[in-house]
Ligand binder design. Sequence first.
Ligand code: M6R
Length: 593
Amino acid sequence: MCGIIGYIGDKQAQPILLNCLRRLEYRGYDSCGIAVTAGSIEVYKDAVRVEELTRVMPKLDGMAGIGHTRWATHGEPSQVNAHPHLDCSGNIAVVHNGVISNFQLLKQQLTGEGHNFISQTDTEVIPHLIEKYYDGNLEKAVETALRDIEGSYALIVLMAGEPKLVAARKDSPLIIGIGDRENIIASDVPAILDYTDRVIYLEDGDIGIITKDGIRVRRHGTKVNRKEHKISWSVDDAQKAGYEHFMLKEIHEQPKVIRDTLGEYIQAAEPVVDLAVMRGDIESVLILACGTSYHAALVGKYIMEELLRIPVRAELASEFNYCAQTLARTGAIAITQSGETADMLKAMKKLKDMGCLVLAITNVVGSSASRIANQTIYTRAGPEISVAATKSFMAQLMVLYWLMMSYSKVDARRLTDLIMGLRQLPEKVQQVLDNEDKIMEGTKHLSGYENVFFIGRGINFPIALEGALKLKEISYIHAEGCAAGELKHGPFALLSENTPVIAIVAQDNTYEAMLTNIREVKARGSPLIALAEEGDGAIGQLADSVITVPKVDAIFSPVVNTVALQLLAYYTAKHRGCPIDTPRNLAKSVTVE
Ligand code: M6R
């Protein structure tokens, strides 16, 4: 995934483009660049972060320009592969997010026609195609060029001497921010919040023609109207607010996120949500997701099976795309923070082709997932900037709890207890956060290890997976999440005094089995950190150290345990001096398969 930006207005474009790129950096950060025009086109780009580019680049003059922050797919991060890319004449510059799947063929054809390529990227064919078709009308040339292109794109075109930008999207997000005598095109909302809160979401197949005073949208050669939306996120939501990293800020926002996400429902006396996917004679539920969202899907499976008593499968969206099964009487749920994960979008389309109704749970209004789904429920996490997902996972859990309580088969008394338990969660999460210093101290030594295991059972098995993913992603320590019962089926071979094990011990029907696992681990000499509920006397006798979490109903234990493990990962990565918000090789949302 990459971030793209375009500005046209009555101000100098360079500082605005660089500021917007800083806000888009979470989408890709191995190289960046901008192009600005005041007559001819000037390009400045390199395989550096935006901060470094800003420091070293000369002043470029012009009130229209485009910018890009890259997560390399075709060609290594280098100056020549960084965007913007130019045509032969140097008059057409393009920034692009997505993948042009037929670029080899196009490159071959264009080379035969005399075009000269200098990069290894797929993107470079776009300015050359536009150059080929240009006969005095830029938007027509872009439209024609796009007919030759297969794959996905969000792109912005800048041409020397043209007082407009041309933008287009297919399977990659693109928005237009409406300003006062200026307009900004961007991959994502956080990029433009400093300038405007009024946006238009472009749809697949749209071509936007943007001048400083106006926006036109065309589709298949005809003008279309796209509704203006007001963004509820504020500039502060997308800033660090005094925290050293976005991740830490986002971890601390979780009590508010729980309140906001449940806010519109929790006032109701009883949970009642009408879900299209649950109507009719549904016999089972399939939940699809990737990464951290997949761990929310797994927790969802346990919640639903307990409350609804129907079979639920949680599957990786990326693998579902290879399944040859047919789905009968199955309700489908797609969980995705960004709403743009390529594997997820493909899986959702496949589900719809199979005739399934799909419910999307996503954090981004107007995202591709919300457009494909039959029904969408939005989480209220606000913008999540750190690559590591934290508060969005929490918001996903809240939606799952609430939805499933709406369809619950448990008796009235149990339901009342559950609603009460849910209402107390912001306070319980705050208690974990108040324990931050102890968690930081207690896990200092973890930063010295190279391999760590996380174990859990039942509804906390997915939390073991999530704890491991968080740790490996930001600290670069190899971490493996394991169903505690599976340890002795192989992973035991790796246990030693150099391999700490973090055991999640919940007060439910898994408790005794977890204690047995802990004893087995200790017998192999591994340092053992237990995550246990306050008041658990037995655990202190067995574990080398204990992180305590507040008492909650066992069904909510993933909530408090997750927050403790997020802090553990954060401080371990901090001790190791890692770039926490922007881990190497990763991007916030994975828009390629
Ligand atoms: O936007 P999505 O929820 O679809 O993203 C899924 C994963 O890419 C994402 O959760 C990823 O695993 C996170 N970086 C983990 O912290």
